[in-house]
Design a protein around this ligand. Structure first.
Ligand code: SF4
Ligand code: SF4
Length: 100
C-alpha cells in the first residue's frame, strides 16, 4: 500500500536530522534541575530562563553536534518537549520556511 505524504514526513522527524530548532525557544526554568549558573539568564524580577547567545540558540547547546551539553540537568520544559509532538513539528516547519 502506498504511503501517505504525511506519514513519510512524520517518519523523518528526528532530533538527529534537526538543527535543534527547539533550542532557540525561550525556556523558562521553573524547577531546580541543576542547570549551571553560567547558562541562566535572570530578569529584574528574578525570573530565570535559559541564556540564549547572539545566534539565538541556548548557550548550553553544542554548536558542532547540536546536542545539549547539560542533558542530565536540562530544565523541566526541555524534558517535556517531545520529538514528533505538535510543538516539535511546528518549530521544524518554521525553520524550513525561514531558511528557504
Ligand atoms: S525535539 Fe523536535 S525540534 Fe527539538 S531537536 Fe528534536 S526534532 Fe528538533
Ligand atoms: S538546555 Fe539543552 S535541551 Fe534545553 S534548550 Fe538548552 S540545549 Fe536545548
Amino acid at each position: 500500500m502506498a504511503k501517505k505524504i504525511k506519514d513519510v514526513l512524520e517518519s523523518k522527524i528526528s532530533c538527529s536530522n534537526c538543527k535543534a530548532c527547539c533550542c532557540r525557544l525561550e525556556v523558562m526554568i521553573i524547577t531546580d534541575t541543576g542547570v549551571p549558573d553560567v547558562h541562566i539568564a535572570r530578569d529584574k524580577w528574578g525570573a530565570e530562563t535559559m541564556l540564549r547567545l547572539d545566534d539565538g540558540w541556548c548557550s548550553a547547546l553544542d554548536r558542532e553536534t547540536f546536542k545539549c551539553t547539560i542533558y542530565e540537568n536540562r530544565p523541566f520544559i526541555c524534558r517535556e518537549f517531545e520529538m514528533g509532538s505538535y510543538e516539535c513539528r511546528d518549530e521544524r516547519a518554521v525553520q524550513i520556511i525561514t531558511s528557504s
